[in-house]
Design a protein around this ligand. Structure first.
Ligand code: ZN
Length: 189
């Protein structure tokens, strides 16, 4: 009997793993892949939170960015008009980022690439390292989060890359305000 239970649990773990891979791969089909210039670090973090796959290099010259856009099949986002024209001239998909604030940037990109200005942490990518997040139980991370956090919140996620923990804490209000503002800007475009 004991052996039967062990085999069943292993089988369930196996199936859950397959399900996770399938969901991840299906979502990947709808994920936009960007590469951004070094001036767009804040936008990078926002796009990753929204679930997009964004490459960001603190130091990369124009040639490297265009080469990576080509080899990794990524859309180039830049606020450098020369780099933008260079990419377009060479036949690469690119967009020039003109809005000075993050609300305007997100609204313009949501219009151009038709994505939702909503955050679902189940499809978000880690703003720090661009790897997918996975939901974890409170018990799994209770030793490494502040006590007040474990008391006040019940839903948690962990980055599969760097291990950073996430929850919808007090900062979530600011995220909602920014996204609501971006949605209003989008209606005017
Ligand atoms: Zn990470």
């Amino acid at each position: 009997m004991g052996r039967y239970i062990v085999v069943t649990k292993a089988f369930l773990d196996f199936m859950l793993n397959i399900k996770f891979c399938l969901v991840t791969n299906v979502l990947w089909l709808f994920v936009l892949r960007f590469i951004v210039d070094c001036m767009l670090g804040k936008l990078t973090r926002w796009l990753r939170i929204l679930g997009h796959d964004v490459s960001y290099y603190r130091i990369a010259d124009d040639r490297k960015l265009i080469d990576l856009a080509e080899s990794e099949k990524r859309i180039l986002l830049t606020c450098d008009i020369e780099l933008y024209q260079q990419a377009i001239t060479q036949g690469f998909e690119a967009d020039i980022i003109e809005a000075p604030d993050i609300d305007g940037k997100l609204a313009a990109l949501a219009k151009r690439f038709d994505f939702k200005l909503e955050v679902d942490l189940n499809i978000s990518r880690c703003p720090k390292c661009n790897v997918n997040l996975v939901a974890v139980s409170k018990e799994e991370i209770i030793d490494v989060i502040p006590k007040a956090t474990s008391t006040n919140y019940s839903d948690f996620w962990r980055c599969l890359g760097c291990g950073q923990k996430y929850w919808q804490g007090a900062h979530w209000k600011r995220i909602r305000l920014t996204l609501n503002s971006a949605k209003r800007r989008l209606l005017l475009l």
